[in-house]
Design a protein around this ligand. Structure first.
Ligand code: SAM
Length: 240
């Protein structure tokens, strides 16, 4: 998969792309990421990319011609999927990352200042928000997207681990523990140490239902529970 990011702040990506799992995925050639400086497409001798909004108002807007030139120069054909970072949309969910991870090529355009001249929106396929809050620019949202997409391409993360993690199955992941078996009097649940895989699976499923009920109950409303899950959820509710 090839991902191109159009940004005014390419330096923000340096550490991100050289660290941990993201670095490993790129080293393995599972994805290619290009960071493009939008400023290179300014026709202005001072490399200006923004201007004041018509009608007044606070802040500066990125110019449509500059960003559009950057986009045109960095897509190989008209079918390349283009995303604009923008607050105020339905926030990104895991299913969106799964969908985006199946693309061959993706361009992410990062807004900054007060955003981009509205006329740029006709050249993009989708606007993506990472949450109902406003950040200074689309750079962190683009990294959130890249991180979430790339880890789905990683052969190093087992299918089992992806299957079990939060949201994958409409439930939150169950709590997990590692050594020591006891810390400050707090013990790892006995059942996880007894090696009985059937019991462990059932216990983890119950804990997953409990986590979801306590933290994101609306997820349970959206999901059809099977017989075993209904039984376990009833146990959870009884024990509350
Ligand atoms: C300061 S914000 C602009 C906010 C805009 N004036 C508004 O009120 O909606 C600058 C840019 O950061 C990016 N951005 C900020 N918050 C974001 C979020 N939650 N998700 C995605 N992008 C965001 C967008 O690209 C946005 O154009």
């Amino acid at each position: 998969m090839k991902i191109t990011v159009l940004t005014l702040f390419p330096e923000m990506y340096e550490g991100f792309l050289k660290t941990s799992i993201i670095h490993r995925i790129l080293e393995k050639g599972l994805a290619e990421i290009r960071i493009v400086d939008i400023r290179d497409y300014s026709n202005d001798k001072h490399r200006h990319v923004d201007d004041t909004p018509y009608g007044g108002g606070a802040g500066m807007l990125m110019k449509v011609d500059v960003v559009h030139r950057a986009l045109l120069d960095n897509i190989s054909n008209d079918h390349v999927y283009t995303v604009l970072t923008a607050p105020g949309r339905r926030p990104l969910v895991q299913k969106d990352l799964e969908r985006l991870s199946t693309l061959d090529e993706l361009v992410i355009v990062c807004g900054h200042y007060e955003g981009i001249d509205r006329r740029f929106e006709r050249y993009i396929d989708e606007k993506v928000s990472i949450g109902d809050y406003v950040l200074t620019g689309g750079e962190l949202p683009s990294m959130v997207m890249i991180d979430g997409i790339l880890r789905l391409l990683d052969e190093g993360i087992s299918a089992e681990s992806l299957k079990e993690e939060s949201f994958n199955d409409g439930l939150l992941e169950y709590p997990q523990y590692t050594r020591p078996p006891e810390y400050n009097g707090d013990k790892v649940p006995e059942v996880l140490q007894n090696g009985n895989h059937k019991e462990i699976r059932r216990y983890n499923l119950k804990m997953s239902l409990k986590e979801t009920l306590e933290n994101r109950p609306e997820l349970l409303e959206k999901r059809e529970l099977n017989k075993e899950e209904k039984e376990l959820l009833a146990e959870v509710v009884n024990e509350l």
